[in-house]
Ligand binder design. Structure first.
Ligand code: SAM
Length: 241
């Protein structure tokens, strides 16, 4: 393929993604008919998925400013380059054009403003990759919308879970706090697939979610009162019956 990449922030993930997608698609017979990538840059992850795992006609939506990030260390060369050319967008378009079988859709803009549009249009996705702003509050908002647009049985992956900005050490200058807050609040909907520098989640079916809620309730009751067949039950009988 005749790709144009100036940075590679993705290839190191391929062994884990290959394993995950092999189990998901080949072994569990799940389909990926629609993808949302929040933060696609030049399309390294997009072209990997298109080349290896997606079938003809898959809808692939990306959201990106194609403007890098001024507030992040490590992006300075990007910002300098962007003063001369719209190279991120141009490279992205060039790269995904190598895969005309995929239905590419580009929404250029800040994800916190673009995602409400996609959600409002009723879009849903089987696979969502969150890799845009590295700030916790932004990432939480991205996750909030991703969760609402992810189909049952879908996959949600966050990048840069452990990324820290060397120049800004406060809590908001890393996506970790935002991702953890999202997971803490929505754990019941997901099974953990993998966790490390990236976090991978599997969206349970609504039926599985209800079962999980019921099991958690039973477990909490048991922890508080015991099983009901043992000492607790006999005490009540002995006292009142
Ligand atoms: C690390 S790169 C994404 C890498 C890409 N997923 C890949 O596989 O090569 C982060 C991207 O997010 C974009 N970005 C940063 N903040 C954003 C925001 N708030 N909304 C939309 N895009 C944003 C940047 O322009 C950049 O292209």
């Amino acid at each position: 393929m005749d790709y144009k990449f100036t940075d590679d922030w993705f290839s190191h993930n391929i062994p884990v993604w290959d394993k995950l997608l092999d189990v998901h698609i080949n072994q569990n017979n799940r389909e990926i008919n629609s993808v949302l990538e929040i933060g696609c840059y030049e399309g390294k992850a997009s072209t990997y998925l298109a080349e290896k795992w997606l079938k003809k006609g898959t809808k692939y939506q990306v959201v990106d400013t194609f403007g890098g990030s001024e507030s992040e260390s490590g992006m300075s060369h990007v910002m300098e380059e962007l003063e001369n050319t719209d190279y991120i967008y141009n490279n992205f378009v060039h790269n995904v054009n190598q895969h005309p079988d995929i239905e590419w859709n580009v929404l250029r803009g800040v994800s916190q403003m673009a995602l409400p549009i996609l959600w409002g249009q009723g879009n849903t996705y089987d696979f969502i990759y969150v890799d845009a702003s590295h700030k916790s509050d932004d990432t939480f908002v991205d996750a909030w919308f991703a969760h609402r647009m992810l189909n049952e049985g879908g996959i949600l992956i966050f990048d840069d879970m452990l990324w820290k900005d060397k120049e800004n050490q406060d809590l908001n200058h890393s996506p970790q706090f935002g991702i953890e807050a999202f997971v803490e609040l929505n754990a019941v909907y997901y099974n953990l697939l993998f966790s490390g520098y990236q976090l991978g989640l599997y969206r349970l079916s609504n039926e599985e979610v209800l079962k999980k809620v019921e099991m958690a309730k039973q477990q909490a009751l048991q922890e508080k009162w015991g099983s009901g067949n043992g000492v607790g039950g006999q005490t009540i009988k002995g006292t009142f019956g």
